[in-house]
Design a protein around this ligand. Structure first.
Ligand code: SAM
Length: 427
C-alpha cells in the first residue's frame, strides 16, 4: 500500500496514542479505531502492522533516534524495517528529516548490545542468561521479532480438516495443514475470519498451533470427567470438548466473569453440549470441593507473564517486570496445588504456560513435586507420539513440552504432564 502524507500523519497520530503503553497495545488500538469509524480496512491493517512492527523493533529504533520524537521513530522504522528508501520517503518528509534519515542508515544493528539485537528488555536477558547462551537468546529474540502466522483449528465435531482446506482454497484463501496439530490449518495471509461462514457455523476457531497441542497432551477421552481450571474465554476448552466428542463432563473454571462470558458465543457456535462454565472466586473456592478426587484429567493453563507470545503481544516487554513474575509464581504454585486435589488416582494433570522463564515453568513443577511425591512426570514427546504427533527433538531433550517460534513456528509454550499414582489415595 502506498504511503500518502495523510496516511503517514495518521500513523504518527496512532503511534503517539499507543507507544506510551498506558494500557495493552491492542486495547489502545481498538479505542483508536473506534474513535475513527471513517478509517477503512486497509488503513486499519496498515496501522496495526506498522505499530506492532515498531513495538517489535523498539529498542533499536530508540537507539537510532536517540530516544527522539514519535514521528522520528515512525520514519526510522519505515526506513530501516519497511525498506522505504529516501527517494520514496522524500515527498513525505521535511529537508531536515531527510538529512537525518540518511545518517541513521549507517548505524549497525550487529554492533549493539545483546538486549537491543534480541529486542528483549535487559532484565529479561539477564534472567535468560542463567539458562541459555547469548547465541540462543539472540536467536530466540529474533524469532519473536517476526509476526505470528494466523492458525485456525477445525472443530472435529462439525467438520474435517480436508473439507475446510478445500472450502478455503476454493475461495482463493491460501492455506495449508499445520505441521503438528492434526486439526490445525495455517493461513498464508490474514483474512478477516469473524464474518466467514466457516467461523459463524462453528467449524473453525482461531487458535495458535501450540495452544492446540496442549489439548492433545491432555488427551481427554469421551465420557471422562475433565477440568479446564483456567479456562478464560475457552480457547483450549473448546478443543478439549471436541476431543471428548461432546461426551462426558468438562468443567471450565475461571475467576473472570468477563472471560467466561466471552466463551458463551463460542460455545454456542461449537455444537458442544458437555461444557459447564463456572466462575470461581479463587483456586480454593468451596465450589470445587465436591469434585475432589473425581476428575480424570485437569488442565492448568496458568496465568503467566505471557512472554512466549511476544510475536503477538510485543508490548509485554514493557508491561512485565521481575516483581510481576514473582507474583505469578505464587499464583501458579497455589493454582497447581489446588487443581491437583481434583484428580482421581491414575488421573493426568497438565500444567502449562505461555512463558519462557524457568521460574514460571520447570521451577513450579519441581516445587510441586517435592510437596506431592504421589505425582510423577510423564514424557510429553511420548504422549504426543501416542496421538501421532511427532515433534522435532527438543534441544534439551527433557520430558517437558517446550514450543517456540524458533523451533516450531508456534507461540512459546511450556507444558508438563503429571500423573497421580493409581495406588496412592490423595492426602
Ligand atoms: C493463560 S489464561 C487462560 C487462557 C485460556 N485457557 C485459553 O486457552 O484461552 C489464564 C487464565 O487464568 C485465569 N485465572 C487467574 N487466576 C485464577 C485462579 N485463581 N483460578 C482460576 N483461574 C484463574 C485468568 O482469568 C485467565 O483467564
Amino acid at each position: 500500500m502506498s504511503l500518502t502524507p495523510e496516511r503517514l500523519d495518521m500513523l504518527v497520530t496512532a503511534a503517539r496514542r499507543i507507544l506510551p503503553l498506558q494500557a495493552p497495545a491492542d486495547v489502545l488500538l481498538r479505542q483508536f479505531f473506534q474513535d475513527r469509524p471513517q478509517l477503512g480496512q486497509n488503513d486499519r491493517r496498515m496501522i496495526t502492522e506498522m505499530l506492532f512492527g515498531m513495538l517489535r523493533r523498539r529498542f533499536f529504533l530508540e537507539i537510532l533516534t536517540e530516544k527522539g520524537t514519535v514521528r522520528e521513530l515512525v520514519l526510522a522504522y519505515l526506513s530501516r524495517f519497511q525498506g522505504m528508501n529516501l527517494r520514496q520517503l522524500q515527498p513525505l518528509i521535511r529537508d531536515k528529516e531527510s538529512k537525518w534519515l540518511s545518517q541513521i542508515k549507517v548505524t549497525k544493528l550487529e554492533t549493539q548490545s545483546l538486549f537491543v539485537q534480541a529486542e528483549l528488555p535487559e532484565w529479561l536477558v539477564e534472567k535468560l542468561q542463567i539458562s541459555y547462551s547469548d547465541e540462543e537468546i539472540l536467536h530466540m529474540g529474533q524469532s519473536f521479532q517476526q509476526a505470528a502466522p494466523l492458525d485456525i483449528r477445525v472443530n472435529s465435531l462439525l467438520s474435517k480438516r480436508e473439507e475446510v482446506l478445500t472450502a478455503l482454497q476454493q475461495e482463493g484463501i491460501a492455506a495449508e495443514p499445520t505441521p503438528y496439530s492434526p486439526v490445525g490449518i495455517r493461513l498464508k495471509d490474514k483474512p478477516t475470519l469473524k464474518r466467514h461462514q466457516l467461523f459463524l457455523t462453528g467449524k473453525i476457531e482461531i487458535q495458535d498451533e501450540g495452544s492446540q497441542l496442549l489439548g492433545f497432551l491432555l488427551a481427554p477421552k469421551r465420557g471422562e470427567m475433565v477440568v479446564d481450571f483456567c479456562a478464560g474465554a475457552g480457547g483450549k476448552t473448546l478443543l478439549l470438548g471436541a476431543l471428548m466428542h461432546s461426551r462426558g463432563r468438562l468443567y471450565a473454571f475461571d475467576i473472570s466473569e468477563k472471560r467466561l462470558n466471552n466463551l458463551k458465543p463460542r460455545l454456542k457456535r461449537s455444537g458442544l453440549s458437555n461444557i459447564h462454565p463456572q466462575r470461581i472466586n479463587h483456586e480454593n473456592d468451596n465450589k470445587l470441593k465436591r469434585l475432589a478426587g473425581k476428575i480424570d484429567r485437569v488442565l492448568v493453563d496458568a496465568p503467566c507473564s505471557g512472554l512466549g507470545t511476544l510475536r503477538r503481544n510485543p508490548d509485554l516487554k514493557w508491561r512485565q517486570s521481575l516483581e510481576k513474575i514473582e507474583e505469578f509464581q505464587k499464583k501458579q504454585q497455589s493454582i497447581l496445588a489446588a487443581a491437583a486435589k481434583l484428580l482421581k488416582p491414575g488421573g493426568r494433570l497438565v500444567y502449562a504456560t505461555c512463558s519462557l522463564l524457568p521460574e514460571e515453568n520447570q521451577q513450579i513443577v519441581a516445587q510441586f513435586l517435592t510437596v506431592h511425591p504421589q505425582f510423577s512426570i510423564l514424557d510429553c514427546a511420548q504422549l504426543l507420539a501416542q496421538q501421532k504427533i511427532n515433534l522435532p527433538n527438543p534441544p534439551d531433550a527433557s520430558e517437558f513440552l517446550q514450543l517456540s517460534p524458533l523451533h516450531h513456528n508456534t507461540d512459546g509454550f511450556f507444558a508438563a504432564a503429571l500423573e497421580l499414582s493409581s495406588t496412592i489415595n490423595q492426602p
